[in-house]
Design a protein around this ligand. Structure first.
Ligand code: DGJ
Length: 726
């Protein structure tokens, strides 16, 4: 059983394949956190210690027992008002401004299968999963809190979420809510976080958790380019292949906060949930609020194993739809091929050339609708610009299909241009504060998705495009941070940003449900909404607007700590690269792009004959490797930020096929040999390099390494496929 309850000791044990999580209801009805780590079969209550803590808070029920303090004890879900002065998971304000309350155990239930969350993305699993719900109550205010735990055994994932119910007699305001709290009694841990900017997302930062509070988050309305909603707490000696580490991924695409605090007794508290800035959620009498889910995982086998747990969970328990398992078509995207400069005829030429090369899908990016010839107009007007295309969308789709390609389009449904028919007829549908000029971003405003009328309009409008002709793929973009949060429809403006996300999810849910055969790709100026929440609706997301192969090594390295290759949109683009001006050869561009959801994004009409030949070979090679790349175990074998090398490995679960990719980032005269240690091979077997037939012992490749002799070029790349032989 995944969830066990010992009624005598009042201890819950949540068990995955390799981990245990323990919670205790103590004698005062408070919920204490006992343990999260490698599987244990006994109670860990003995770890709780008590000594005089009278300068911390002591709950009234403890009488004059000064050794009992929630300021010191590890808690499962700390709230404001119990004498715990660390950062708490929940702050609720009453109408009169009072913010203190206290939660006590009321009951629990254990059920088979994994819970789902109304209106929110969440991991799913029918088999090998159980749900624990623990109900807590504050008798004075009537606030009822249900802690939800999903135990997904196969990938060592424990999920957490929280439901708040207002069972009192007046409105309450949720001022802060974290979905997960982890209290550690002791230990030296590093916080690993992923920071960045547009076109340079998910750089890695590793820093010891010190006294005080360190936090990352977003208040941009999207999960953001700047900090990704995935963090790791790693033992200070943890490496890629060994050591204890905990990961937490927020299944949400809006504002978030993740914080690490080392307290007065050297204990550590970790919290992850919604951002408390720009958030104050009014809950009317009888209403319920769901906090988005956090995925937690633990391993003592290092960071690569932790990443593999998340990859598996996202691939198998978050991504949905027919493309969850299906291999994705190799695509050509029109954006860097021609930006806004195209018509129906030039697109057909592009499609013809693409078909000759073996490309399978043409994506018509921005610029096909309204009167859009640059990024200053027409968002909201989702009908084809027939004047520009020289034909209607149906004819274009038919022509592309006739060339043997699938056809896809770009949309940005959450946005409106002031210069658009939609804005002219419904200016009140844009988020704007009466009497204040709105902040613009990319010269566009944001539609009020907290208003169901707007969501319904967008559903009708996008559906009508998708019904007009055969469309096989849609790229859903979102190109600015949110500001001017004010809805004409809201009863309370503090609710709007969260309700906006529910509106986005509802539209995604309805559209993906109504058009299940379409491959949906997420995007937010590249990787500005690259999170497990979006992955529930779009099984692939454009990883970054930076298509430079060298920069992509760094971006995809950071991305790989949580997210699988199957969701990581990655394309071969032209040189000099449009973002960096860097020139790299087609091999490295292919090698990097195919370690993701693979495609091309360049003017195929401008290719040399030699490039065409290479691209044809690249695509054939990709088709051979695609099943391995989609489901194989991924290992980072270098840190490009430190080692001057990009090296990664993908191996299938039966350890028969191994793809090793190597890129030398620093080339010098008379280069020393580079030795790469592989991981996860069968140490009792041999592996053959399929290119030259040379055979290597699996144990040797892992323990001593594989020698790589540098070859000339600015960024020499190697893609080596090994097959197990004996
Ligand atoms: C930003 C995206 O990331 C690009 O790929 C492209 O779709 C542009 N938007 C179009 O405006």
């Amino acid at each position: 059983m995944a969830v066990l309850y010992n009624d005598t000791e009042k201890i819950f044990s949540l068990n995955t394949k390799n981990t245990t999580y323990q919670i205790k209801v103590d004698s005062y009805g408070y919920l204490l956190h006992l343990y999260y780590g490698k599987t244990v079969n006994t109670s860990m209550e003995y770890m709780l210690t008590y000594s005089d803590r009278s300068f911390s808070g002591n709950p009234y029920a403890a009488g004059n027992d000064r050794t009992y303090s929630l300021d010191v004890l590890p808690q499962e879900f700390p709230v404001q008002g119990t004498g715990d002065y660390r950062s708490v998971a929940l702050i609720i304000r009453e109408e009169n401004g009072c913010c203190d309350f206290s939660l006590h155990y009321k009951g629990h239930s254990i059920t088979d299968g994994k819970y789902s969350l109304k209106g929110l993305p969440a991991a799913y699993s029918e088999e090998k999963a159980q749900t624990l719900e623990i109900v807590l109550k504050d008798s004075r205010t009537g606030i009822e809190v249900t802690l939800l735990y999903g135990v997904i055994e196969d990938c060592d994932i424990i999920t957490r979420s929280v439901k708040v119910k207002n069972s009192g007699s007046e409105n309450i305001y949720i001022e802060k809510i974290a979905s997960a709290c982890l209290d550690f009694l002791y230990g030296n841990y590093d916080a690993i976080t992923f920071y960045g900017r547009h076109a340079m997302e998910r750089n890695i930062n590793r820093t010891p958790v010190t006294h005080g509070i360190q936090s990352i988050g977003s208040k941009r309305g999207t999960s953001s380019h700047q900090y990704n909603p995935f963090v790791i707490l790693a033992a200070e000696d943890a490496t890629e292949s060994a050591g204890e580490c905990y990961g937490a991924a927020f299944v949400y695409s809006g504002n978030f906060l993740a914080g690490f605090e080392r307290d007065q007794f050297d204990q550590i508290r970790f919290l992850m949930g919604l951002s408390d800035e720009m958030f104050s959620y009014r809950l009317g009498i009888g209403e319920e609020f769901y906090a988005p889910e956090v995925l937690l995982s633990y391993t003592d086998m290092g960071l690569n194993r932790l990443s593999q747990n998340f990859h598996y969970c996202i691939r198998e328990h978050i991504c949905r739809g027919q493309y969850k398992d299906q291999l994705r078509p190799v695509l050509i995207n029109s954006w860097e091929a021609c930006y806004f400069d195209f018509n129906g005829e030039t697109l057909c030429q592009l499609a013809g050339q693409a078909a000759e090369l073996g490309i399978e899908l043409l994506v018509l990016d921005d610029g096909w609708f309204g009167e859009r010839n640059d990024d200053n107009s027409s968002l909201g007007d989702w009908y084809a610009n027939e004047k520009k295309l020289g034909m209607d969308l149906k004819s274009l789709s038919e022509k592309i299909h006739k060339k043997g390609l699938l056809f896809g389009i770009w949309i940005e449904p959450e946005m409106v241009s002031e210069n658009s028919r939609l804005y002219r007829s419904h200016p009140e549908w844009a988020l704007q504060i009466p009497g204040k000029k709105p902040v613009r971003g990319r010269n566009q405003l944001i539609l009020d998705f907290s208003n169901p009328e707007v969501v319904q309009y967008m559903f009708d409008s996008i559906s009508s495009v998708l019904c007009q002709c055969e469309i096989n793929y849609v790229k859903w973009d979102m190109n600015r941070s949110i500001s001017d949060v004010y809805s004409i429809n809201a009863v309370y403006q503090g609710n709007v940003l969260y309700d906006y996300m529910l509106g986005v999810y509802s539209l995604l849910d309805r559209l993906t449900g109504a058009f299940p055969d379409i491959l949906w790709e997420g995007c937010s100026g590249g990787g500005g909404r690259f999170d497990a929440g979006m992955m529930y609706y779009t099984p692939q997301i454009w990883c970054s607007d930076n298509t430079d192969a060298v920069d992509r090594i760094y971006i995809q390295y950071g991305t790989s700590f949580c997210y699988p290759l199957s969701v990581t949109g990655s394309h071969v683009s032209a040189v000099p690269n449009h973002q960096t001006g860097r020139v790299t050869d087609i091999d490295i561009r292919g090698c990097v792009a195919m370690t993701g959801a693979f495609g091309y994004e360049l003017d195929l009409m401008a290719l040399t004959q030699d490039e065409k030949t290479k691209i044809k070979q690249q695509i054939q090679n990709y088709h051979k490797l695609a099943p391995l790349l989609k489901k194989g175990h991924y290992y980072r074998l270098s840190n490009p930020f430190k080692d001057g090398l990009g090296v990664w490995e993908v191996i299938d679960s039966s350890k028969e096929t191994v793809l090793l990719s190597i890129i030398l980032l620093n080339v010098h005269g008379n280069m020393p040999v580079v030795y790469i240690k592989l991981q996860g091979l069968d140490s009792t077997k041999y592996y053959k390099n399929t290119e030259n037939g040379k055979v290597y012992p699996g144990s040797g490749l892992m323990q001593y390494g594989f020698p790589v002799l540098a070859k000339p070029g600015s960024y020499p790349s190697f893609q080596i496929l090994f097959e197990r032989v004996l």
